[in-house]
Design a protein around this ligand. Structure first.
Ligand code: KPL
Length: 278
């Protein structure tokens, strides 16, 4: 196993840290995983692409010449759009899309805190068979399932994020506070259902309102990932969330005025704070 880092500066920072620290239920463990930069020439058979959606295409382009024939890429990005961009870039590779509900955050450089058990669905868009290495995930205790409908799952998660995250930013509130903004949430869900049905993802629309409410209640005390990005002055993944929904709706001739209005308000909100709006 190798950790592939952006450049020599990051490699030096990693060496200074002495490895990657994982914090699970207060137990901290530092793993001295061998590391290299994207410029290394070691051939790659399988790679887990764990960067933000807006970095995925560039990251994969920088290692594309190193991919062996039939190489496999596991794409862990939020939202949709980046996976297709990556797949188009490396047509000879097998791209496995991953949808994860596991929770984690970085407390310091090269240190990750495991914040909540979840589940991982993996699948590809060519109806391919489950790869043999899936058993290794079981051995590592990573809960997972090979999914024949990974796009449905990614669309569903995308819809949940679009119904919750932008409103928490615009209304400056926790997920639970959205119970005070039920009309806005319901209006977004109505349009999301319409978009999903029009753009060939009807399965992802089934029972969306109820699930959004369930997630709001189950995560009431939490602040959404987009809220936290904005609060910490970080770039958001708006283009791969609300942006992707609005672009797909337009491409299918689906009128989505409220989603587009919220998107416009979010872009203005980000710009007012000097954050990238793409
Ligand atoms: O995934 C989430 C996020 O914050 O990104 C939830 C909790 C589902 C809210 O959309």
């Amino acid at each position: 196993m190798r950790l592939i880092l952006r450049d020599a500066t990051r490699l030096a920072a990693y060496a200074r840290k002495g490895g990657l620290t994982l914090d699970e239920q207060g137990q901290r463990l530092t793993l001295d995983i061998a590391a290299q930069t994207v410029d290394d020439d070691e051939p790659i058979q399988r790679v887990l692409v764990a960067c933000k959606a807006y970095d995925a295409e560039h990251a994969v382009a920088s290692i594309a010449p190193r991919l062996r024939p039939g190489a496999e890429l596991l794409l862990l990005q939020n939202g949709l759009g980046s996976q297709d961009a990556v797949a188009a870039l490396v047509p000879d590779a097998r791209c496995v899309f991953v949808s994860s509900t596991e929770g984690a955050f970085r407390d310091e450089d090269f240190s990750v805190v495991f914040a909540g058990n979840g589940f991982n669905w993996l699948g590809d868009t060519q109806n391919g068979a489950a790869p043999a290495w899936l058993d290794e995930l079981s051995l590592a205790g990573i809960p997972h399932q090979w999914s024949s409908d990974i796009l449905d799952r990614l669309w569903r998660k995308l819809a949940l994020n679009c119904a919750i995250n932008p409103l928490t930013v615009l209304d400056d509130c926790s997920n639970g506070d959205l119970l005070q903004h039920r009309d806005e949430v319901d209006a977004l869900c109505d349009e999301l259902v319409q978009v999903l049905q029009t753009c060939g993802q009807p399965e992802a629309a089934v029972g969306l309102h109820a699930e959004v409410n369930r997630v709001i209640q189950a995560t009431a005390a939490n602040y959404s990932s987009m809220y936290q990005d904005v609060a910490n002055g970080r770039r958001t993944e708006i283009s791969y969330l609300l942006g992707h929904v609005c672009t797909t709706a337009r491409a299918h001739g689906c009128h989505a005025p409220y989603l587009n209005r919220i998107r416009g308000q979010l872009i203005a909100h980000l710009q007012a704070r000097g954050l990238p709006s793409d």
